[in-house]
Design a protein around this ligand. Sequence first.
Ligand code: NDP
Length: 328
Amino acid sequence: MTQALLIQKVDEQYTCGVTDMPALPPLEASQVRVQVSHSTINFKDGLAITGRSPVVRKFPMVPGIDFVGTVVESQHPKWKAGDAVVLNGFGVGEGHWGGLAPVAQVSGDWLLALPAGISPQRAMAIGTAGYTAALCVQALLDHGVQSGDEVLVTGASGGVGSVAIALLARHGARVVASTGKLSEEAYLKHLGAAEVVDRAALSAPGKPLQKERWAGVVDSVGSHTLVNACASTRYGGIVAACGLAQGMDLPGSVAPFILRGVTLAGIDSVMAPLAKRERAWAMLEKDLSPELLDSMTRVVGLSGALEVASQILAGQIKGRVVVDVNQA
Ligand code: NDP
């Protein structure tokens, strides 16, 4: 396979399509060349591929904010040919060529060893969405959320939400899944949700303090949903905020923070330090059931990725979509 997705911007005309893989320059010091087997479509990939938001900072650009593959050449002391590696973020697919291609060339400092218990396809079924879910769940557990506690997951049927439900249920939490797709109740309960609620109950403006309910929240939605989640988090609880599917605004009050000691924990996957990444991937290897992961995953080729990019922005994707970059 020698084809890649390529984003171009010529005379203000933004396009993305399948094309022959452009030649790469020789490796620089500390760089590693990776033969990519799989990438995935995350929300940010949807923004990049469609051009909906200016996430791409250089043209032409190979999109794909994450990938898994095998090192073929290395100028980095940590890596040698044959090593299985995974990459999430660090601006790949935005400012540096990304994973929706058969080969990637990146700084060796950005790579992690693929955990032995995770296959390449499953690593990208997890992808940046699943790794971000793990960062959120780590934040809740570190804060003291315990087995039996009630937790809320918003954007539940999406990539972050689906993996967060599975991990939190595995840790014994009573997970309440907020979704716009009530028809997916069986799917969400299969992942581990104890209760499914209509996201409409959270998405409109609400009171600054509401009935205390959640010991913890994983929010990938932002805007009024995040504000309402904070307002109904119980005394001393924690809200991990990682996304903006509803909006980037935060139209709320400080009441939950100054009157209930609620912690709002910001979660960033892109520049997270290696130690945090390794901890998150170790949790995914240990706690995420491969069968559950398979049940939330489908696989497409490079041309299928173009269609999925629009669907993810429309909130139409359930779970995770892996891209087999060796499939047209
Ligand atoms: P998905 O599209 O897979 O999931 C988002 C889900 O949010 C949808 O499936 C839908 O779930 C819900 N949703 C969509 N539109 C709306 C809306 N208008 N109002 C309320 N809910 C809505 O995306 P991901 O799970 O991959 O990513 C989720 C968010 O997290 C994105 O904003 C993404 O940019 C962000 N993110 C941030 C990262 C970081 O480093 N901070 C890393 C990865 C992702 P349902 O139908 O069940 O309600």
